[in-house]
Design a protein around this ligand. Structure first.
Ligand SMILES: [Zn+2]
Ligand SMILES: [Zn+2]
Length: 290
């Protein structure tokens, strides 16, 4: 265990209330708690990485004093993206889905600001905060505390929780979070890796908020299915077939990833084509091209 005061510059006095006290790993942006481990377990895992200079921790208080800003931008009616400047951790954008009965914050950022909390409150507040998988936990409990929301974590990934909190509820395979907003476990990248099917998205055709359970690629026409994206560890042909078959049972058009700009308009087509391509490559069908 390390003394956080020694590694986090300007850590406020222990016991002070508010999100500023939230301590997080500077590399993955996931909130943690005292006593801090020597190394963040999420970053030490083969799916992530510890930087060359070693483990670093920070806090929301430090981020705010260094001028952290969160922009809230509408992507399509009733869907908003939250991005931070500078980017934190893995650099995800959070997505906020608005419904008449409450809002979902998906893949919460590894930071929070008073101004962003106020903007989210003006959009109707939050009912639930949910990450697609542990890399995206961000400061989920800080967001939930600030806006009085539930936090849902898939039971299969509960061992990756770095900050225990009374607001955290475990879930299994599917949860109807809000009207037309369904949380669905796919597995693959993590056993509990999930997507959100938002029925009213894409002008009523449905949108899939896929985190990186299924990751949109820069060509905007394909997606990837990986155990690790930074370390390039592929999933097997069987698992990719299972994920693609599961996606094919859902009605949606756009597929949104967890990094700013990640979007494919023809989600079902991209998933089907990319799954076939992935399976062909990992089973040796194209070995003559290598
Ligand atoms: Zn980490
Ligand atoms: Zn990930």
């Amino acid at each position: 265990m390390v003394d956080a005061g020694a590694v986090v510059a300007g850590m406020p006095d222990a016991g002070a209330p508010g999100p500023g006290m939230t301590v997080l790993c500077a590399t993955c942006g996931v909130e943690s708690q005292e006593p801090l481990p020597e190394t963040c377990p999420i970053c030490a895992d083969e799916r992530q990485w510890v930087p060359l200079h070693g483990q670093r921790w920070t806090s929301v208080d430090v981020q705010q004093r260094e001028g952290m800003r969160i922009d809230v931008v509408e992507l399509e009616p009733r869907l908003w993206a939250l991005t931070s400047e500078p980017a934190v951790g893995i650099g995800q954008r959070a997505l906020l889905v608005q419904t008449a009965e409450g809002n979902l914050l998906w893949d919460p950022l590894g930071t929070i600001t008073d101004a962003a909390v106020e903007q989210v409150r003006e959009l109707g507040g939050l009912s639930a905060v949910v990450a697609s998988h542990p890399h995206m936990f961000g400061v989920q409990c800080a967001w939930a505390d600030a806006l009085d929301a539930r936090v849902l974590v898939n039971a299969r990934d509960a061992s990756w929780i770095q900050r225990e909190h009374a607001r955290i509820e475990l879930w299994d395979d599917e949860v109807d979070l809000l009207p037309g907003v369904r949380l669905i476990r796919f597995g693959g990248h993590f056993p509990g890796a999930a997507v959100v099917l938002w029925e009213q998205g894409s002008g009523g055709a449905g949108s899939l908020l896929a985190g990186d359970t299924i990751q949109p690629k820069p060509d905007r026409a394909s997606v990837a299915f990986m155990r690790s994206y930074p370390n390039n560890i592929p999933l097997s042909a069987g698992v990719v077939r299972r994920l693609a078959d599961h996606a094919a049972t859902l009605r949606f058009r756009r597929l949104y990833g967890n990094i700013p700009g990640q979007l494919v308009e023809d989600g079902p087509g991209a998933v089907a084509r990319s799954a076939d391509r992935h399976i062909a490559w990992v089973t040796g069908e194209h070995d003559d091209l290598t």
